[in-house]
Design a protein around this ligand. Structure first.
Ligand code: EPZ
Length: 416
């Protein structure tokens, strides 16, 4: 089990290039199942989840040509319409092959994704939507088996906003017969990036980025070239780390328009932020002020930034409330932060964080991807050494994070 050792106390200074977005790359890789032509993706992040998804597609017969930061997928020889449990259990996003497989081949067997640390993560809305489009779905032995001669356009209402639910059904509808309307759809920027890629392949999609997306099915989709959008959560994570350590950093190859609520909260915490084109500069002089956050679907404050802001609030001036409304168990980092001396009270989905003037380094354990990022931030500000165990969670979603942090002056090393 690999660990990270961090000596806290150094303000982060310098420049960091933001990688392509994990949560855009994963659904867009699955779009390669929708065509027999080549889908070439650039600005691809080098992440464990991307490797897992590539292997999942390859075992179905998709050919993948890998180059640094690029993967070209060709789906002309797909001969297996199945996502096995051993690949789905480590990466829930594998559910995103379901819609494309049913849409193109009329048959798919995808393992039910297990839950994960942050919640039960059901996929009932994905299934309900495909049934509305005419798929016959049975669930047995832990697998979803979906069959359809040809999917038909339908009007689908999401009673809960679901990011991958929206993405799965948008891909399925792209090849369906007729018009599909997704209501109460997710508005995340990654949904728009997927829609842009699908349009480049010949799909007819309108309304992405709003809560109503209309897809007019076509007979066939072709190949395309698509550049993955920058990762807004990686951007937010580095900005919070710089704010927490009282540093001064510049993010390059990112975008500010996809991060507005996070930038507002950082400004409220006392950071100076300057945006120029695709760079964001953050300067933090003195101790941050505590800020309340309440997660909700985009464009509200993102749940994937909740743990990072909790770390910031641990050493901020004053107290703050952190309310998690998306996942039922996304406070796993609280116990670990308390080991570092944080003062946090949790009542249901609300945590009250009372800022302390310093944290003390300790050994802590990562439980999920964003909780790991939170512990890295806490380790960067704690006095003494913090050792973080189970950092495979971190490698799933952050490209070369210790190299990027070292370049910003952090005293951090990976323990084999
Ligand atoms: C996506 O997960 C992201 N993952 C998550 O990022 C992110 O936290 C989440 O959206 C919310 O923004 C990817 O894009 C690969 P949801 P997803 O469906 O789509 C409930 C990270 O750290 N729900 O929007 O799985 C669900 O239980 C990861 O990068 C149903 O009830 O999340 C949750 O309470 C973590 N039934 C809520 O909806 C369903 O069929 C939102 O989930 C689907 C979801």
């Amino acid at each position: 089990m690999q660990k990270l050792a961090i000596q806290g106390g150094t303000p982060l200074r310098g420049e960091v290039r933001i990688s392509g977005a994990k949560n855009a790359a994963l659904p867009i890789m699955c779009a390669s199942l929708l065509t027999a032509d080549t889908l070439r993706l650039t600005n691809m992040p080098d992440l464990h989840d991307v490797i897992t998804m590539r292997k999942l597609l390859e075992q179905m017969g998709v050919a993948a040509q890998v180059a640094p930061g690029e993967i070209a997928f060709t789906g002309d020889l797909i001969n297996k319409w199945e996502a096995p449990y051993d690949m789905v259990k480590t990466m829930r996003a594998a559910i995103l092959v379901l819609g494309p497989l049913v849409a193109r081949f009329g048959d798919a067997r995808v393992s039910l994704p297990g839950g994960c640390a942050i919640g039960s993560r059901p996929v009932n809305l994905h299934i309900k939507g495909l049934q509305a489009m005419g798929a016959e779905i049975t669930i047995e032995h832990g697998y979803i088996h979906a069959k359809a001669k040809r999917l038909k356009g339908a009007r689908i209402f999401f009673d809960i906003v679901s990011v991958t639910g929206t993405e799965n059904l948008m891909m399925a509808a792209a090849l369906a017969d007729g018009v599909t309307v997704l209501e109460n759809a997710a508005r995340e920027p990654e949904v728009i990036d997927l829609a842009n890629c699908l349009r480049a392949m010949g799909a007819k999609i309108a309304g992405d980025g709003t809560d109503t997306i209309t897809i007019t099915g076509v007979e066939k989709l072709g190949g395309a070239e698509h550049r993955i959008m920058p990762d807004r959560i990686e951007s937010g994570t580095f900005l919070v780390a710089a704010a927490a350590t009282g540093g001064s950093i510049t993010l390059t190859e990112t975008r500010a328009d996809i991060l507005e609520t996070v930038l507002e909260k950082l400004t409220e915490a006392g950071a100076q932020i300057k945006v120029q084109g695709n760079t964001i500069h953050l300067e933090m002089n003195g101790r941050p002020k505590a800020v309340n956050v309440r997660t909700a679907p985009h464009p509200a404050f993102p749940t994937d930034m909740q743990a990072q802001f909790m770390a910031l609030n641990c050493i901020a001036e004053g107290s703050a409330m952190v309310v998690e409304t998306i996942f039922e168990n996304r406070f796993m980092h609280v116990q670990e932060l308390r080991r570092l001396g944080a003062q946090i009270d949790v009542e249901g989905n609300t945590a009250v964080v009372k800022g302390v003037d310093h944290l003390e380094g300790a050994t802590v354990m990562a439980t999920d991807l964003r909780a790991s990022a939170c512990l890295v931030i806490a380790g960067l500000v704690a006095q003494g050494e913090t050792v973080i165990d189970r950092i495979y969670h971190l490698d799933r979603g952050y490209e070369h994070i210790e190299a990027k942090l070292e370049k910003l002056g952090a005293n951090i090393r990976r323990l084999k």
